[in-house]
Ligand binder design. Structure first.
Ligand code: ARG
Length: 469
């Protein structure tokens, strides 16, 4: 680093007035955010154009200056997008890089753009615009994921697999029902996105450094231009809270936990002892040593990347927790966790959607597992209640004894003879075998929200209307 050290002759062109010396190279490095906040260039330019137009409208700057600023900013946008813009670390952040280039292009007019504005309301505005766009992208990606689940659920409305509690077979369920449970989870994730977007959508611009401004600005003008619902109400709050970013990271964390649980199910279902699913070649890898292996790497990585997302939430919570009002430079550290989370989710949601689009199911294996598990013991108990009028606790105990007997004989419950059953409960009749049939039992589970195939078909149609229109 020492060798590269440059001699500085002047301090910052933006705030140098008060300074005689220049920052050391180390100071420049710790202070600079341009390496990451350049991702907000489009938002910064949009917000600056809205601010300049408002200044013209309010006759705070001349129309001529306004035109020069607008045209200069458009040129900068082009330069950034065609790769010819030179980002300078000495200019600290995206705001000063753009303003400094504007000065090169339009001269004095550039210096008027920052009238009645501070980087504090500027950065809060840019960042909100960035997060808002990200929320919209995420929502569309999640809609596609829901569509993938709903399509599969329709095809598998009556496919049977064991439902688990404690990862022990509990009761048979339909695969469609299982997949639709994730449609509901993602639906709530999308609800959180909507909530976050609504609360975020207030315009900080015009709050100045912390106390507002004495210029006759009109905040409604920039509010409308930038698609906000209203201006923020309190300037101190507007420049110094990042709860919109925290809300984004919170909803991202909850979403990631949902994806991670599903990823875990894929890992389990794809393992040889289960063999419920086949992973597509396109979303699995082989082993360099063991030829038979097909590894669920995509699912494992979706599961693992949840750690980053939750870590990013923890990171920003910790950054914010000790800050007095209003802005502190600590808050510059708000962006990387958000950007990394957005990149992570863009990848994990896409990977999950791609993988699920191509997974195939081993229907016979799932059915066999559901049958092996004596998960109809509850149907037997319910039958004893409904037909023989037993109290449920007693019925539970009788059914348990029959499971024990079946296990002793190395059979499943429905393979016990009537005589064996009657040795435990004399009043039992042949009718009981009807309800021990897995299809009949499944069809009977038709209470609202339950797993019966008919319910699943209806629920798919409802989910389509609710989430995909
Ligand atoms: N790069 C800064 C950030 O991201 C911009 C705001 C700087 N404001 C200031 N008063 N130093 O937070």
């Amino acid at each position: 680093m020492k060798n590269k050290r440059q001699k500085k002759t002047s301090s910052s062109p933006i705030w140098g007035g008060r300074f005689d010396g220049s920052p050391s190279e180390i100071m420049e490095h710790i202070n600079a955010s341009i390496d990451f906040d350049k991702r907000m260039y489009a938002q910064d330019i949009t917000a600056s154009k809205a601010h300049a137009a408002m200044l013209v409208k309010q006759e705070i700057i001349s129309a001529e200056d306004g035109t020069q600023i607008r045209e200069g900013l458009d040129q900068i946008l082009n330069e950034i997008e065609d790769g010819s813009f030179e980002f300078k670390i000495s200019l600290e952040d995206i705001h000063m890089n753009i303003e400094s280039r504007l000065k090169e292009i339009v001269g004095d007019a550039a210096g008027r753009l920052h009238t009645a504005r501070s980087r504090n309301d500027q950065v809060a505005t840019d960042f909100k615009l960035w997060v808002r766009e990200e929320l919209d992208h995420l929502d569309s990606a999640l809609k596609l994921l829901q569509e993938t689940f709903i399509n599969q659920a329709e095809n598998h409305a009556s496919t049977i697999l064991p439902g688990f509690t404690h990862l022990q077979s509990a009761q048979p369920v339909t695969l469609g029902h299982h997949l639709l449970s994730y449609v509901e989870m993602i639906g709530r994730d999308r609800g959180r996105i909507k909530d976050c977007r609504r609360r975020l959508n207030e315009n900080p611009l015009g709050s100045g450094a912390l106390a507002g401004t004495s210029f006759p600005i009109d905040r409604d003008v920039t509010t409308t231009a930038l698609g906000f619902d209203q201006p923020t109400t309190n300037s101190l709050d507007a420049v110094s809270d990042r709860d919109f970013a925290l809300e984004y990271l919170s909803l991202a964390s909850i979403l990631s936990v949902h994806l991670s649980r599903l990823a875990e199910e894929i890992v389990v279902w794809a393992s040889a002892p289960f063999s419920f699913i086949n992973l597509p070649d396109s979303f699995s890898t082989g082993s360099s040593m063991l030829p038979q292996k097909r590894n669920p790497d995509a699912a494992e990585l979706i599961r693992a990347k949840t750690g980053r997302v939750i870590g990013n939430l923890a990171s920003l919570l910790i950054i914010m927790k000790g800050l007095p009002l209003a802005y502190s430079k600590d808050m510059q550290e708000d962006k990387e966790p958000v950007f990394e989370t957005a990149d992570t989710l863009a990848l994990t949601v896409k990977a999950m959607t791609g993988m699920f689009g191509e997974i195939t199911y081993n229907i016979d294996k799932m059915l066999a597992a559901a049958k092996n598990a004596n998960s109809n013991a509850i149907d037997l108990a319910d039958w004893l209640v409904k037909v023989l009028g037993k109290p449920f606790r007693e019925a539970h105990s009788i059914s348990g004894k029959m499971v024990k007997l079946a296990e002793k004989q190395n059979r499943s419950l429905d393979e016990l003879s009537l005589a064996d059953m009657q040795s435990i409960e004399p009043s039992i009749t042949n009718d009981v075998f009807n309800i021990l049939n897995i299809d009949i039992a499944l069809n009977a589970r038709n209470s609202f929200g339950a797993t019966a195939p008919k319910n699943v078909t209806k629920a798919c149609a409802k989910a389509r209307l609710k989430y995909l229109k």
